[in-house]
Design a protein around this ligand. Structure first.
Ligand SMILES: Nc1nc2c(ncn2[C@@H]2O[C@H](COP(=O)(O)OP(=O)(O)OP(=O)(O)O)[C@@H](O)[C@H]2O)c(=O)[nH]1
Ligand SMILES: [Mg+2]
Length: 276
C-alpha cells in the first residue's frame, strides 16, 4: 500500500494500466508509452557471459528490477574469471523469486557469443525472447518500450537502435561508428531492410521466431548478428526498430570486439545474404 492508502500495483500489469487509463485517458497513456502486459506473459532474457565478473551481478540486478515476469537464462561461455561463481550464486537466489526465475548453463569450451546464444535459445520457454549482454552498455529499463510492438501484435522482431532517437549515448570511437554504419548498410543491401543498427545487442523475438531460427544458426561468434538479421529478413517477419540508449565502454574498461570481428561480419553479410 502507498502512504495515501492506494494499492501498489505492478507497473505494466493489467490492473495498473486500467488505473492509468481511468486517470489519464487513452491519449496520455499512448503518449507516455503506458500499456498493459498480460499477467500471463513471460519474457525470456538470454544473457551470454564471458569474463564479466565485474558487471554481471549489477546487470542481473537491473534485469530483475524490470517489473515484468521473466525467466533469465545465463550462459557461461567458459569464462576464465570468477563469472561462474557469480552465476551459481544468482541461480540460487532465483529459486525464491517467482518474478525472476534464473537458470544457468555452462560451456566446457569457449564458443563465442553466437554459440552461447544458441545454447540459451534452446532453453527458452517464455512468450518473447530478448538478448542481453552481460556488460552495462544496454539498459534493461528499456524492455517495456522494446516489447510494445510485439505485445500489440505489430511486430514479430524488434531491434533496439543506438543510432535513432534522443536517448543518451556515450560519445566514443568514431571509426567503430563508421564500421557499424558500413556493416548495417551492406546488410541492408542484401536484406532490403532499412535498419539503422544491425549490430545492436537488443534483438527481441516472438518465441516462435526463435523456435524457427535457432536450430539453423551456425555462427558461433559475432557473425551471429548478420546471420540472424539475414534469417529473419528472408522469412519476412514484421520487424520494428526502437531507439535505445548506449553506455559504450572503452578497451580499458573491458571492450573486447576488434577489427577481426568486423571482417567476420562482412563475410557473414555476404554469405547469409546470398543463401539461407
Ligand atoms: N567477446 C566475447 N564475448 C562473449 C563470448 N562469449 C559470450 N560473450 C558475451 O557476449 C556479449 C557481447 O560481448 P561484448 O564483448 O560485450 O561485445 P560487444 O558489446 O559487441 O562489444 P564490446 O562490448 O564493445 O566489446 C557479452 O555479454 C559477452 O560476455 C566470447 O567468446 N567473446
Ligand atoms: Mg558489450
Amino acid at each position: 500500500m502507498t502512504p495515501d492508502g492506494d494499492e501498489q500495483l505492478r507497473p505494466y500489469s493489467e490492473a495498473w494500466y486500467h488505473k492509468q487509463q481511468r486517470t489519464l485517458g487513452d491519449f496520455a497513456c499512448r503518449t507516455l508509452g503506458f500499456y498493459a502486459i498480460p499477467d500471463t506473459f513471460v519474457l525470456s532474457v538470454v544473457i551470454p557471459v564471458y569474463n564479466e565478473e565485474k558487471t554481471l551481478r549489477q546487470l542481473v540486478d537491473r534485469v530483475r528490477s524490470v517489473p515484468i515476469r521473466k525467466e533469465i537464462i545465463l550462459v557461461d561461455d567458459c569464462s576464465r574469471d570468477r563469472s561462474r561463481d557469480v552465476l551459481k550464486a544468482l541461480e540460487l537466489e532465483g529459486q525464491s523469486d517467482p518474478m525472476n526465475r534464473i537458470r544457468a548453463f555452462y560451456h566446457d569450451v569457449n564458443q563465442g557469443k553466437g554459440g552461447a546464444l544458441k545454447t540459451g535459445f534452446h532453453q527458452v520457454t517464455g512468450n518473447v525472447v530478448i538478448i542481453q549482454d552481460a556488460d552495462l552498455e544496454y539498459d534493461p529499463c528499456e524492455y517495456p518500450r522494446l516489447l510494445q510492438p510485439i505485445i500489440e501484435d505489430k511486430a514479430d522482431v524488434v531491434f533496439g537502435s543506438r543510432f535513432l532517437g534522443d536517448q543518451a549515448h556515450r560519445v566514443l570511437y568514431y571509426w567503430h561508428y563508421l564500421g557499424n554504419k558500413f556493416l548495417t548498410t551492406l546488410s541492408n543491401c542484401f536484406t532490403n531492410l532499412n535498419l539503422t543498427d544491425m549490430e545492436t545487442c537488443y534483438k527481441v523475438f516472438r518465441r516462435e521466431v526463435v523456435d524457427e531460427i535457432a536450430p539453423k544458426l551456425v555462427q558461433k561468434r559475432f557473425g551471429f548478428e548478420p546471420e540472424v538479421t539475414a534469417r529473419v529478413a528472408r522469412r519476412r517477419y514484421r520487424i520494428y526498430e526502437i531507439s535505445v540508449s548506449y553506455s559504450g565502454r572503452t578497451y580499458a574498461e573491458g571492450k573486447k570486439i576488434g577489427w577481426k570481428d568486423g571482417f567476420q561480419a562482412l563475410w557473414c553479410i555476404v554469405r547469409f545474404g546470398l543463401a539461407d
